[in-house]
Design a protein around this ligand. Structure first.
Ligand SMILES: *Cc1c(COP(=O)(O)O)cnc(C)c1O
Length: 375
């Protein structure tokens, strides 16, 4: 099945008892035992498994082409679930340019538990090769990266990591399975912040980890999920499952507009530089063409000037909301350095844009107007 069909059909079976076409929200926290004490209907208690979450997980696993998926209360809970695979004395390699919250987990939660980490430039496979040690158990990839949209070679990294016995996990939040299928490129695990494109409407938080195969890693994750209890509520599962039905439509339309905006900004005299993998000038363009089927709807640009000029442009836009996060129907603009904190390597004049579903001409006119505010 192709992605559009999966997103409409998988985990949305017609309810036999009622014939309901739209799935119900199942709020029950507990389930009736059979007379002999068994649970032949498959559920016992809400935390380890429940109908709405199972439906969501089946759909997400199918979208990424994986054997199994586990859903979490946030993307952060999902990345921490992956780090729960590690034991004291083991080592993780992660990109220098990584979602700041994932880096903070490695520093503040994972390292104190005895698991060391090294941040490397993942766009350079030689740097990765040099950082691999016999203790390396996990290599984390984020591509396209946040906020510079750098592209890392999933296939090459997976080969190097597997050669040393390490597991590979890709944060696929920016690309979505509409444009990138890391499991097909050799990754073992894929992680998502469902708060972004999966939820798609800036109104629900969630996360997911997809495992290529059933058993092994996926058994550990399912056991961890049920024990840790960092799971999404039934209503949040319902919201994300509902949004997935339109995932491909939204992401394609948003990407189409992002491509137009990227070219527009690239030509603009008040813009110093645009970071979008669909531009031929982008250092990761050729690789992106190879491993992605589309370039996504996230872009960043540096205005001519510094922090003040970036703030001026963000303040003058009317159709881009000044807010963090991404993947929703409304376009957002953000001075990224301000949210990333002390470890940030992002330029002061950089603005990150999450392109929504508004009309492309309207968005370009608005940015043009905002940039005209620069002297
Ligand atoms: C938002 C985000 C996360 C964290 O997800 P939350 O749902 O906010 O916990 C991780 N990785 C990337 C790339 C993100 O954009």
């Amino acid at each position: 099945m192709k992605i559009e069909t999966i997103s409409v059909r998988v985990g949305r079976d017609i309810e036999a008892a009622t014939g309901e076409v739209a799935p119900a929200v199942h709020l029950s926290t507990t389930y009736e035992r059979d007379l002999d004490g068994e649970f032949s209907r498959g559920y016992s208690y809400v935390r380890p498994d429940n109908p709405g979450r199972r439906a969501l997980e089946q759909c997400i696993a199918a979208l990424e082409g994986g054997g199994d998926a586990t859903a979490y209360s946030s993307g952060s809970a999902a990345s921490l679930a992956v780090f729960s695979l590690l034991r004291p004395g083991e080592h993780v390699i992660a990109p220098i340019e990584i979602y700041h919250g994932t880096a903070k987990q490695l520093r503040d939660i994972v390292a104190p538990m005895g698991v060391s980490h090294t941040f490397v430039d993942m766009t350079n496979s030689e740097a990765l090769r040099a950082a691999l040690t016999p203790k390396t158990r996990l290599v984390w990839i984020e591509t396209p990266s946040n906020p510079m949209l750098n592209i890392s070679d999933i296939e090459t990294i997976a080969e190097l990591a597997h050669g040393r016995g390490a597991t590979v996990c890709v944060d696929n939040t920016f690309a979505t399975p509409v444009w990138q299928k890391p499991l097909e490129l050799g990754a073992d695990l894929v992680m998502h912040s469902s708060t972004k494109y999966f939820g798609g409407h800036s109104d629900v938080m969630g996360g997911a980890v997809i495992a290529r195969d059933r058993g092994g890693l996926s058994d550990h994750l399912r056991d961890y999920q049920g024990t840790a209890g960092n799971v999404p509520s039934p209503f949040d599962c319902w919201l994300v499952r509902r949004s997935l039905t339109t995932l491909a439509c939204r992401v394609r339309a948003q990407t189409h507009t992002a491509e137009k905006l990227a070219h527009f900004l690239h030509r603009h005299r008040r813009v110093e530089r645009v970071f979008y993998p669909g531009l031929e000038s982008h250092p990761g363009h050729v690789l992106a063409r190879k491993q992605m089927s589309g370039f996504g709807a996230m872009l960043s640009f540096c205005v001519r000037g510094g922090r003040d000029e970036a703030f001026t442009v963000a303040a003058r836009t009317k159709l881009f909301t000044r807010a963090t996060s991404l993947g929703g129907v409304e376009s957002l603009i953000e001075h990224r350095k301000s949210v990333e904190g002390a470890h940030s390597v992002t330029p002061e004049n950089l603005l990150r844009v999450s392109v929504g579903l508004e009309n492309a001409e309207d968005l370009m006119a608005d940015l043009d107007e905002a940039l005209a505010g620069l002297k």
